[in-house]
Design a protein around this ligand. Structure first.
Ligand code: HPA
Length: 282
């Protein structure tokens, strides 16, 4: 007897049906445009943009979150879908809601996902304004998007996390950065729920347990992507320095200013990476 279709899969199918009535683009590359990759949206030859509120089962935006859209188009000749705007745990969404768009990207055919974010530097050798390729993560959100019944047709109950960030994509990006003469750091990203920023004692602890950068996103999306076998590349803009013995109060304006300054580097790296991505994740 065949398995009944899970509610999650039904919701994915509902979303895909509406999206595929709107666009004929069938992308295998997905991009989550976090802080620092907004500009990349302008590099995409857009064919269509679908507001999240028009897509069945997408979370309803809270007051704080920006209006989001799925952008379909071509980047350097490759068909892509980009999420302009993401959902965060601290806005009150469950991690299942936060990651539902990643489920939908998979159902649309996405097999490679590029994720960006803004993060605070914990590694004392890193500086504000630098880029960091994410090589691994630590989930300190106190939650996991896979808690609950598992749909075995999407992925395993206990998905492997020995290589959450694709080694071959990291190598490709490093090669590319060298060619483009872009300085990039590599490191471990730790995710906390937020929204309060961390104390000095917490920064000291996060550094001690092996993290190089800290933020409030990305990890849930990566877990769900890996659950379904999507290959992931993650990139942080280091927007501030979280050094416990020299900590300055953090202003959102400073974070956004650093992100704006680093954005051209991030945009360049990602827009050069996309045409070099292997055709299908293998
Ligand atoms: N913590 C500290 N600094 C940051 C963060 C964070 O979560 N995100 C961006 N800069």
């Amino acid at each position: 007897m065949s398995q009944p279709v899970s509610i999650l899969r039904q919701h994915m199918q509902d979303a895909v049906e509406v999206i595929q009535l709107t666009t004929s683009i069938r992308p295998s590359i997905g991009i989550i445009l976090g802080t620092g990759l907004g500009e990349l949206a302008e590099r995409i030859e857009q064919e269509c943009a679908i507001p999240y509120e028009n897509i069945p089962h997408f979370p309803i935006a809270t007051v704080e979150s920006h209006r989001g859209r799925l952008i379909f188009g071509h980047l350097r000749g490759r068909p892509v879908v980009a999420m302009q705007g993401r959902f965060h745990r601290y806005e009150g969404y469950t991690l299942q809601q936060v990651t539902f768009p990643v489920r939908v990207l998979y159902a649309l055919g996405v097999r490679t996902l590029i994720i960006s974010n803004a993060a605070g530097a914990l590694n004392p050798l890193f500086r504000r304004g630098e880029l960091m390729i994410i090589v691994d993560h630590i989930n300190l959100m106190g939650d996991n998007p896979l808690i609950g019944p598992n749909d075995d047709s999407l992925g395993p109950r206990f998905p492997d996390m020995s290589e959450p960030y694709s080694r071959r994509l990291i190598a490709l990006a490093e090669e590319l950065a060298l060619e483009l003469r872009l300085k990039v750091q590599k490191g471990v990203y730790v995710a906390l729920s937020g929204p309060s920023l961390e104390t000095r004692a917490e920064y000291r602890f996060l550094r001690f347990i092996g993290a190089d950068a800290v933020g409030m996103s990305t990890v849930p999306e990566v877990i769900v992507a890996r659950h379904m076998g999507i290959e992931v590349f993650g990139l942080s803009i280091l927007t501030d320095e979280c050094f416990p013995d020299a900590l300055q109060p953090l202003s959102l304006e400073d974070v956004l200013q650093a992100a704006r300054e680093a954005e051209p580097k991030m945009t360049l790296l990602v827009s050069e990476l996309v045409p070099r991505l292997p055709d299908a994740a293998g």
